[in-house]
Design a binder for this molecule. Structure first.
Ligand SMILES: [Zn+2]
Length: 170
């Protein structure tokens, strides 16, 4: 049987992932999934209008429609579900991983929104280099009052970054 699944073909060349160094300036944002079961705030440096927003071509981000920024873990606050409700591990917060399993994509089990990603401790040091801070990738599309036209979009190559290569199994 021939393989007619276009998503298994290699994508066009794009720049590799890179992350900006924090500057003295920052912006703070709030966001939520469509139904509001998941709500959060985070602070980002450089500020959003300067921040290179990642449009990743990996097999997951293309499907989730994610536009990503990478606040430091300590600058991200999950407002809902609250810690008492289970926080990141609350029932309403779905988890999905693939490839090497180091990134746990979190989505709302009520409304299906793809909201943010929690990575295993130490993953960022391996990925970015020694001393790299833990980051918590956020899907900017969940952010309130987002002006898509004002974003500094950067198309990067995330395809195959966390092998094995994506292939839809029967
Ligand atoms: Zn929801």
């Amino acid at each position: 049987m021939s393989d007619t699944n276009a998503s298994t073909s290699a994508p066009p060349d794009r720049p590799k992932f890179s992350f900006p160094k924090p500057t003295g300036e920052s912006t703070t944002h709030s966001g939520n999934c469509h139904c509001g079961a998941i709500r959060f705030t985070f602070t980002l440096s450089p500020p959003l209008h300067e921040y290179p927003v990642i449009s990743c071509n990996c097999s997951y981000c293309t499907r989730a429609g994610a536009l990503l920024v990478y606040p430091h873990r300590e600058d991200f606050v999950l407002e809902k579900p609250t810690a008492a409700e289970g926080g990141f591990d609350a029932d309403v917060v779905g988890k999905y991983g693939f490839g090497d399993g180091t990134a746990s994509h979190r989505f709302c089990r009520k409304c299906g929104s793809s909201v943010f990603t929690v990575c295993v401790p130490g993953m960022w040091e391996k990925f970015v280099g020694p001393g790299a801070k833990e980051m918590l990738p956020v899907n900017l599309r969940m952010v309130t009052g987002l002006d898509l036209d004002a974003l500094n979009l950067r198309k990067v190559d995330g395809w195959g970054l966390r092998g094995p290569q994506y292939e839809l199994k029967d």
